[in-house]
Design a protein around this ligand. Structure first.
Ligand SMILES: Cc1cc2nc3c(=O)[nH]c(=O)nc-3n(C[C@H](O)[C@H](O)[C@H](O)COP(=O)(O)OP(=O)(O)OC[C@H]3O[C@@H](n4cnc5c(N)ncnc54)[C@H](O)[C@@H]3O)c2cc1C
Length: 269
């Protein structure tokens, strides 16, 4: 199977918060975009390093055979939404400073700019038969959490715990009556890395079988996973829990250590 390849042309960009940039992509390069049924569906977006002798669209195999400094840098990004009628793909990027490729690209993106992407693929969609839903994560997981909330069955109940820098950094989570949503603020925390696990550990645990979706920074996610399996007895096979990025690691550095990290994590509990 050849992975789907396409490129989006930036139609518009918005600031959702001081550190979140929404980019809406359209154009002919997305004509072949085929969404999956998964609400955490993501693409591998390919960022072209400065000075590389090619532009979007490019031949991926060829570009990957160039001098390492010029090879495209792959970064995974959730499809926040897909508008099939208008052929628009929306991605929300964390603008985490003047480092790396993807976040920096998004901060400078202007209409007409292009981004090549492979995919989408995904793995999670809310289980309509769950008794309740637990969503947790940081900014990088909010696009997938928001897309998941949009397809919850009528009358769904659940808990959302998400970490952002401060009240001014809160952005968009679709409003659903049965959802208890709490934004956690790093600026107000002595130990920001513990915010997510502490908030989840403090929950009055609803009865019944939860559908669990927790993603974000690797160490934060790992602490939550340990808690949920060891203390709450959740079904580890059914839960969707994974690290999206690692503080202090570029995505390349993270991918190098990720399989060992995941092995260590499964040895936790
Ligand atoms: C399946 C999947 C879906 C994802 N969906 C999204 C999404 O929808 N939106 C999104 O913004 N991210 C998403 N991510 C995370 C994103 O791929 C990573 O954050 C990626 O490392 C960003 O690349 P970069 O080039 O900007 O920074 P890199 O070059 O990878 O890293 C540069 C520096 O920035 C730090 N850094 C990276 N990400 C963050 C962050 N979020 N906050 C603070 N510091 C950071 C790194 O630790 C490193 O020190 C997803 C990841 C996966 C695996």
């Amino acid at each position: 199977v050849t992975a789907q390849q396409q490129y989006g042309t930036v139609v518009e960009t918005f600031r959702l918060s001081p550190t979140m940039v929404r980019v809406v992509f359209g154009g002919d390069g997305l004509a072949g975009f085929e969404p999956t049924e998964f609400t955490d569906q993501y693409v591998n977006a390919l960022f072209v390093p400065e000075g590389a002798p090619y532009g979007v669209p490019f031949d991926v195999d060829e570009a990957r055979s160039l001098d390492p400094a010029h090879r495209p840098r792959g970064r995974r990004y959730t499809i926040r939404s897909f508008d099939a009628d208008r052929g628009l793909v929306t991605i929300d990027f964390v603008a985490h400073g003047d480092v790396g490729y993807a976040g920096r690209w998004a901060q400078h993106a202007r209409p007409g700019d292009r981004l090549q992407m492979i995919g989408p693929s995904g793995a999670y969609r809310p289980d309509p038969d769950a008794d309740w839903y637990l969503f947790g994560g940081d900014e990088s997981a909010i696009p997938a959490i928001a897309a998941s909330i949009e397809v919850l069955p009528e009358g769904a109940r659940g808990v959302v715990r998400v970490v952002v820098d401060s009240p001014a950094h809160e952005f968009e989570i679709p409003a659903v009556d049965g959802l208890d949503v709490v934004w956690l603020h790093r600026s107000a925390a002595e130990r920001p890395d513990d915010l997510l696990v502490d908030a989840i550990a403090a929950l009055a645990w609803p009865a019944g079988r939860p559908d669990v979706f927790v993603h974000g920074e690797a160490a934060e996610v790992r602490a939550v996973r340990r808690h949920l399996i060891a203390e709450r007895g959740i079904d580890r096979e059914a839960a969707s829990i994974s690290p999206y990025w690692r503080r202090g690691h570029t995505d390349e550095a993270w991918r190098e250590v990720k399989s060992q990290w995941l092995a260590d994590q499964s040895a936790d509990v």
